[in-house]
Design a protein around this ligand. Structure first.
Ligand SMILES: [Zn+2]
Length: 167
């Protein structure tokens, strides 16, 4: 019998959290009001074992990167820049948000995270965090990582998982 075997490392620490405001649009005309979540993140990395130290990836480094990614969007209003229904415009130090063409909110620029996604669902946040983690891993030369699984939870028992695998 042949087997496929491998290693994974996972971190989900109490400090891998971000408390942010958002609202999402649904298919059709439905759109939520502004509200917040204490989001939690869990990340799992698949990779080849480094023969020298017996590690797939250093937990301390992984936690450091993930804390940084969470801090970038912590305590902010998360706004999508690629939505077809939500328009986000920066003017002076303010961000003006319209939904379906009607002005809805104005926020101080410093209180907003403008994100390159279509909707601030946990699915799209998980995909965005994965892409940012991939960029961070590439910049530190972590070439042995073969897959990343990112889980973002917005309420207890309510989360989305995004998986990215090297081909
Ligand atoms: Zn929500």
């Amino acid at each position: 019998m042949s087997r496929v075997s491998g290693f994974r490392v996972s971190v989900s620490k109490d400090d891998l959290v971000f408390s942010s405001a958002h609202f999402i649009t649904f298919a059709g005309h439905r759109c939520e009001g502004l509200h917040g979540h204490n989001y939690r993140v869990r990340v799992t990395i698949d990779g080849e074992l480094n023969a020298e130290d017996g590690l797939v990836f250093d937990f301390i480094e992984l936690k450091r990167i993930m804390r940084q990614l969470c801090q970038e969007i912590d305590h902010l209003v998360l706004l999508p820049l690629q939505s077809t229904r939500i328009t986000v415009r920066e003017k002076n130090d303010a961000v003006h948000v319209s939904v379906d063409g009607a002005p809805r909110y104005t926020f101080p620029r410093g209180d907003c995270a403008l994100l390159p996604i279509a909707n601030t669902t946990v699915e799209m946040l998980a995909q965005l965090l994965t892409s940012r983690l991939e960029t961070a891993l590439t910049s530190i030369g972590a070439a042995n990582v073969t897959a990343i699984e990112m889980e973002v939870e917005e309420n207890f028992g309510q989360s989305a998982i995004y998986t990215s695998r090297a081909r």
